[in-house]
Design a protein around this ligand. Structure first.
Ligand code: PRX
Length: 652
């Protein structure tokens, strides 16, 4: 059997949810917005850009010298002014910017005026330390208010920040700091995670042995245990801001000046420093945050991601603050002290918009609906998902047990590279379908193409691409123009390659099917990992599943499934057969996993994505590739042993 399709589309989802009428009637996005954007997409983006405050208005919208874009390139503005000063000047200084909740239970609410004052104090302190416009500053912190303060203070004085997720090791700090030659490193003594202390400053000390560009290390006090401070290099945050003025003149930035770098770990090669600039990025995150989450004056908005990822940059810091939103920042994990911590927070602050990831939702499913059921979640009115394809079962569970059947679910597709959401429903307009990110947002042009770069007809699958520039797009990879061209702009002419597999249905809805590199080839069928995983998750005993291909003499590749079960279920050969039959029935016999290994946990990155590359190594019995991005390395050993016995059984 041979198939020429780039990727086959096997499942069919028929459930659909039109927007609730009361939401639709007052929604921020009005019908007609798609047509308006299509008539003149540059003018559309320019009108959103003009909602920001410019110290020098732009006269040019887009200069496109493929693959390099300049948006609003002759305008000047400052990101921290747009995030803070603007609202304070408009009389909104007392409005809460962040409700902060530390893992041990400490709480603070921080108004826009207070946040502005803190940002100014820290900005002045940075300047006094000799940090200036054009420098890069690394930030390695827990989820404490000092983290967004540090980011915004950098933006205020024109230094680019490079946030390094607080779960990374000293080696990861070294690579990232050296790549972009950061002059300073901002950290905290320690952080809290599941009741344990994370040794942030210690990690920095280890890293700074190999980061000659770092002149200064600024340490915020979070936990309070003593840490080593090296004279001449290390300073306490509270000392340097002690007599710092609360006014700090913002540096006017060109729209195309670097706002930040954020490193994405390529699965094999060294991390890429993704560059985001000021004007276009702020335009993209502000517009999408307002429309996709339908943000209103009285909303309490919570993006439960870590600021160390792009989701946090765009939808905890820049998007919400530019829109004057009231947000939550929570330091810790969802299961501390118990598995209902998130729901307790939703109830306490009357959260109305919640944005989280499929991996979290599947974990909540595994723990069981009794945890959210303990809390009053009636304040919620909108739910969002990001980070991975959301399996239809997880989508339905989210809608039912968290949204209590009332809240639209917006599945938002985007990437570190895209800066802002690209494909997602507009909750007042779009009919949603469980598992689909639905349609490109107004102003965004996307397509699904085959190996030759031709648009695939409705119903077909292929490569997801973006077909014209957008304001929040990456401006390149730090120090590696060629890699930028190669990675994103070389496979197809004039198209940005996202690297994701995708299917589009007859109505034009996009169904993302995982990374193209993960596609399995069984008897010539190109099968997406997402579809097989979603079929497995539909089985009532399954909580989470990850599949990958394993070389097979008969079929080229055979499907190998790693399955974790709900609650008290245990894995048996009988259940494995039941799962094979279930998948076969749902998607076709050729998609039945040949191998099934049960496991408590799946190997995930620190941002919660399943590491299928590692699973492939495990399935093939190979030595494991790079495991530095793995969240919990104990998971892997056990899997290796089980997989070895599973393979031995097959050979016998
Ligand atoms: O594979 C897609 C998946 O996450 C990748 C981007 O990862 P990152 O740069 O870490 O950014 C994550 C937060 C934006 C994409 O290439 N992805 C993200 N959102 C979705 C998704 N896959 C399917 N559906 C989504 N909603």
């Amino acid at each position: 059997m041979k198939s020429s399709a780039t990727i086959e589309a096997l499942s069919e989802e028929t459930r659909r949810f039109p927007p609730p009428p009361e939401l639709a009637s007052g929604a921020n996005a009005r019908p007609g917005i798609y047509e308006e954007a299509e008539r003149d997409y540059e003018a559309f983006w320019a009108s959103w850009a003009r909602k920001l405050e410019w110290s020098k208005p732009f006269t040019k919208t887009l200069e496109w010298n493929e693959p390099f874009a300049k948006w609003f390139g002759d305008g000047e503005l400052n990101a921290s002014v747009n995030a803070l000063d603007r609202h304070v000047r408009a009389g909104q200084g007392a409005r809460v910017a962040y409700y902060y909740e530390g893992e041990p239970g400490d709480r603070r609410s921080i108004s826009y005026a207070q946040l502005l004052a803190e940002v100014c104090r820290f900005g002045n302190a940075l300047r006094k330390l000799g940090i200036k416009k054009g420098d890069r500053v690394a930030i390695y912190m827990p989820m404490i208010p000092e983290l967004p303060i540090a980011m915004l203070a950098c933006a205020r004085i024109g230094a680019a920040h490079s946030v390094i997720f607080g779960g990374f090791s000293p080696d990861s700090i070294v690579d990232r700091v050296n790549d972009s030659q950061c002059v300073a490193l901002v950290t905290a003594d320690q952080g809290w995670r599941r009741g344990k202390k994370v040794l942030l400053k210690n990690n920095c000390d280890a890293a700074m042995k190999a980061t000659p560009s770092v002149r200064t290390c600024i340490v915020a006090r979070r936990v309070g245990d003593p840490v080593q401070m090296q004279a001449g290099r290390d300073v306490w945050w509270h000392d340097i801001v002690a007599d710092s003025p609360i006014q700090c003149e913002p540096d006017p930035m060109n729209a195309e000046d670097l706002l930040y770098l954020l490193y994405t770990s390529g699965t094999t090669a060294k991390p890429k420093g993704i560059q985001h600039t000021t004007g276009g990025y702020l335009t993209g995150v502000t517009m999408t945050h307002k429309l996709v989450f339908d943000l209103k004056e009285d909303d309490v908005y919570w993006c439960a991601a870590d600021i160390g990822w792009v989701t946090g940059h765009s939808y905890i810091v820049y998007g919400p603050l530019c829109n004057g939103a009231t947000s939550i920042i929570y330091e810790g994990t969802p299961d501390f002290p118990d598995k209902d911590r998130l729901w307790e927070i939703v109830e306490r602050y009357k959260v109305s918009i919640l944005y989280t990831a499929p991996t979290a939702i599947r974990t909540f499913m595994k723990w069981g609906a009794q945890y959210p059921a303990k809390h009053d979640l009636s304040s919620l009115r909108l739910l969002g998902s990001v980070g991975e394809p959301i399996n239809p079962e997880a989508w339905m569970w989210y809608r039912e047990h968290i949204g209590r059947g009332r809240c639209p679910v917006v599945d938002t597709w985007w990437q570190t590279e895209t800066g802002a959401i690209m494909i997602a429903p507009l909750p007042g307009i779009t009919t949603t379908l469980p598992g689909s990110a639905t349609l490109p947002l107004p102003g965004i042009a996307a397509d699904v193409v085959n190996e030759q770069g031709e648009s695939v007809p409705p119903g077909g699958g292929g490569y997801a691409v973006l077909t014209r520039p957008w304001p929040s797009m990456l401006r390149g990879i730090w120090g590696d123009e060629e890699r930028y061209r190669q990675t994103y702009w070389s496979k197809f002419a004039h198209k940005y390659l996202a690297g994701d597999g995708c299917r589009r249905d007859a109505e034009g809805n996009y169904w993302f099917m995982g990374r193209i590199d993960d596609v399995m080839n069984v008897s010539g069928h190109r099968i997406s990992t997402t579809e097989v995983e979603s079929a497995l998750i539909e089985h009532p005993k399954v909580a989470e599943a990850a599949v990958c291909g394993k070389l097979d003499g008969m079929t080229g590749q055979a499907i190998y499934a790693f399955v974790s079960l709900r609650g008290a279920e245990s894995g048996t050969p009988g259940l494995a057969d039941e799962l094979r039959a279930h998948v076969g029935e749902k998607l076709g016999k050729f998609t039945q996993p040949k191998f099934v290994t049960f496991t408590q946990e799946l190997p995930k990155t620190r941002s919660g994505k399943i590491m299928r590359r590692l699973l492939r190594d495990i399935a093939e019995g190979r030595t494991l590739g790079d495991t530095t991005t793995l969240a919990d390395s104990t998971v892997v050993k056990e899997l290796q042993e089980r997989a070895a016995s599973e393979s031995a059984r097959d050979e016998a």
